[in-house]
Design a protein around this ligand. Structure first.
Ligand code: CS2
Ligand code: MG
Length: 412
């Protein structure tokens, strides 16, 4: 079964997506997500100009060999662009193998280890009232676990708050926070750590008082705190029993988490911007995190993320796969198949895509009573309507960035 066609499809229904579509000589097709938010076209070029010529004529069944070939023959390894490109090829080959076998991919990965995948949704509000409404609306949508993001008095805009702009753009449909804003340049946002550290514990106190002790609550600090500030936040949130505190400090320097661990027992989740197992080696080996946040799309595909999670399992570290709207329906499907098969599954992030996106990508996953399931169609269970995709050409969009009051650039 030879790969005899490879297309890189770029579409922008509700936001930009990059999809690799492989076709074999006997007509089987496979899809892979290669969407890298705000840098989409870099992966398109990597795929079109460098990877596609290497795929044509290859045996589509040899997934691991193809992975190793693309990783080692490139000489230049790791990094978000390379690993998103390799991820797309890997997902597409697993999709093809599932179709060739007549089985959903999770069956090829060892079968189901659970009946469904607990998922969390994004509740947010500039005010506590708005936040309470958002939490209730997510509970009505069936979510059993909720990520809480809040506005901070004195800050104009902050990560994770569904803004009015998004609201208008979505023609009045309440829509989760879409971080990448269409436009020729990125938006500058303001940040102040001390106001944030003062405010967030008061919000979790209010949420617990309103919604009780059981509801699993998550929060994303989005890489903005120094290690000691992260320790402070983790400690101040302990009374509110968080499911996890995410990206509490930038983790390029993995040992930074030692100081956080030293001061708080709040569970820590990290890794959505990591790309390989090597980014996790120390923080998993030293038990400095509790959840691996990587997405299949950004970590070399199903083949490589499974290795990361197998390594994590030895340290009782669980999965918490990244699942915002910039992970396409193909990337989400791959995450669900992997998540259903591994033993050390923790939770799956699930932001709903927009209506146009659901037209472009026909999906077979189910969402019931707070649990996702990838479905039992052969392969990954997603088909791409290229005509529909063709209606929405790429639109330049950037993630915002932060500046402090004194003008210093800060992590967004
Ligand atoms: C976030 C993302 O969902 C999350 O946990 O960190 O929304 C992130 O900001 C985007 O994926 C960036 O593209
Ligand atoms: Mg995050």
């Amino acid at each position: 079964m030879i790969i005899d066609r490879a297309e890189v499809v770029v579409t922008s229904p509700d936001r930009n997506f990059v999809t690799l579509k492989l076709t074999t000589d006997d007509g089987l097709t496979g899809l892979g997500d290669a969407t890298l938010n705000g840098r989409e076209l870099a992966v398109v070029a990597y795929l079109k100009d460098h990877v596609v010529p290497l795929l044509l004529g290859r045996d589509a069944h040899r997934i691991e060999d193809t992975w190793q070939f693309l990783y080692r023959s490139a000489y230049w390894r790791r990094g978000p662009v390379t690993m998103a490109a390799i991820a797309a090829v890997d997902m597409a080959l697993w999709d093809i193998k599932g179709k060739a076998a007549g089985l959903p991919v999770y069956q090829l990965l060892g079968g189901a280890s659970r009946s469904g995948l607990l998922a969390y949704g994004h509740a947010s509000g500039k005010t506590t009232e708005e936040l309470f409404d958002s939490i209730r609306s997510h509970q009505e949508q069936g979510y059993r676990a909720i990520r809480v993001q809040t506005g901070v008095p004195g800050l104009k805009s902050i990560y994770g708050i569904a803004s009015n702009a998004t609201y208008e753009a979505m023609e009045g449909v309440r829509y989760d926070h879409e971080p990448a804003q269409r436009g020729a340049l990125p938006n500058e946002e303001d940040w102040d750590t001390r106001s944030y550290l003062r405010h967030v514990p008061t919000v979790f106190e209010a949420v617990r008082n309103e919604f009780g002790p059981e509801l699993p609550l998550l929060h994303d600090a989005h890489h903005r705190l120094t290690p000691i500030q992260a320790a402070q936040l983790g400690k101040s949130l302990e009374p509110y029993d968080l499911f996890w505190l995410e990206d509490v400090t930038p983790a390029e320097n993995q040992e930074a988490l030692r100081l956080v661990r030293q001061h708080t027992t709040t569970p820590l989740a990290i890794g959505e911007i990591f790309n390989t197992v090597w980014d996790y080696q120390q923080i998993i080996r030293e038990q400095l995190i509790d959840y691996v946040r990587s997405a299949v799309t950004h970590t070399g595909g199903i083949s490589h993320l499974r290795k990361v999670l197998d390594y994590a399992a030895q340290y009782q570290v669980k999965s918490g796969m990244h699942g915002p709207t910039d992970i396409s329906p193909v990337g989400m499907a791959a995450a669900m198949h992997l998540g259903l098969s591994i033993h050390n599954f923790g939770i799956q992030e699930y932001m709903r895509h927009g209506a146009k996106t659901d037209q472009v990508f026909q999906q077979s996953f189910t969402w019931a009573d707070g649990y996702l399931h990838p479905g039992d169609r052969p392969g990954l269970g997603v088909e791409l309507d290229t005509d529909e995709a063709g209606k929405y050409p790429y639109v330049q969009a950037y993630l915002p960035y932060n500046r402090l009051a004194d003008g210093t650039v800060h992590d967004w």
